[in-house]
Write a protein that binds this ligand. Structure first.
Ligand code: IYR
Length: 218
């Protein structure tokens, strides 16, 4: 027999729904990806809350197929920066096609990844393809979807706590598995520097699509 418990659910009036939906939208609208960080440290208690929030995400068969590695050790951050820059340099100079480079021009990115050492915290998100139970291998389900959703929760929680982040995907990122000594069943998914913005930093003047450009009602 499955173990069920009553749902804890507090209904809202329509007015409360509108007010809360708008205020969450306003907040999310102010989230920006930041590439220049100050080195000011972040409270561990805040980080724990943020990570717990990510851990509330739905997942295939509730397998919670994620592993977060929180890196604050300067020597480790240095190793990650050196390895990431080597891959990124190769990408920018050889692997990425012109169309991709053109698309990135507005963001002002290049292979230099100073933020990997300056940001006080790097959260490395790993997806967990399977777990070992003794001799048996148990596969996880919808791993990318689940870890993607958990990462979204994580980014929203970081923003909600007054911190900034960068959704970074050095490519390829197998080096993270080696440097952080993670097992075969874990694959690096995202590398998220977290902290405070460098004073006076600026962000690209990008525009978000309007509702009608990405929503269809039928
Ligand atoms: N991984 C590279 C390139 C890059 C790719 C995309 I798509 C971006 O939105 C931003 C950057 C880098 O981090 O520079």
């Amino acid at each position: 027999m499955p173990d069920f418990i009553p749902l804890v659910y507090a209904p809202l009036t329509e007015q409360e729904q509108i007010q809360r939906a708008k205020s969450f939208l306003d907040s999310c609208n102010r989230r920006r990806t930041v590439r220049e960080f100050s080195s000011t440290p972040v409270s561990k208690e805040v980080l724990e809350c943020i990570l717990k929030t990510a851990g509330t995400a739905p997942s295939g068969a509730n397998k919670q197929p994620w592993q977060f590695v929180v890196v604050t050790e300067p020597a480790l951050k240095h190793q990650i920066r050196v390895a990431a820059e080597a891959e990124e340099r190769e990408s920018y100079e050889k692997r990425m096609r012109q169309e991709w480079l053109d698309d990135l021009a507005a963001l002002g990115t290049d292979w230099h990844k100073e933020f990997l050492e300056v940001a006080p915290v790097l959260i490395v998100v790993f997806s967990v393809a399977y777990t070992k139970e003794g001799e048996k291998t148990r596969k996880n389900y919808y791993v990318k979807e689940s870890v993607g959703i958990a990462s979204g929760f994580l980014l929203a929680a970081i923003h909600n706590a007054g911190l900034v982040s960068l959704t970074h995907t050095p490519s390829p990122m197998e080096f993270l598995q080696k440097i952080l000594n993670r097992p075969e069943n874990e694959k690096p998914f995202l590398l998220i520097p977290v902290g405070y913005p460098k004073e006076g930093t600026s962000v690209p003047n990008i525009h978000r699509k309007q509702l009608d450009d990405f929503v269809m009602w039928k």
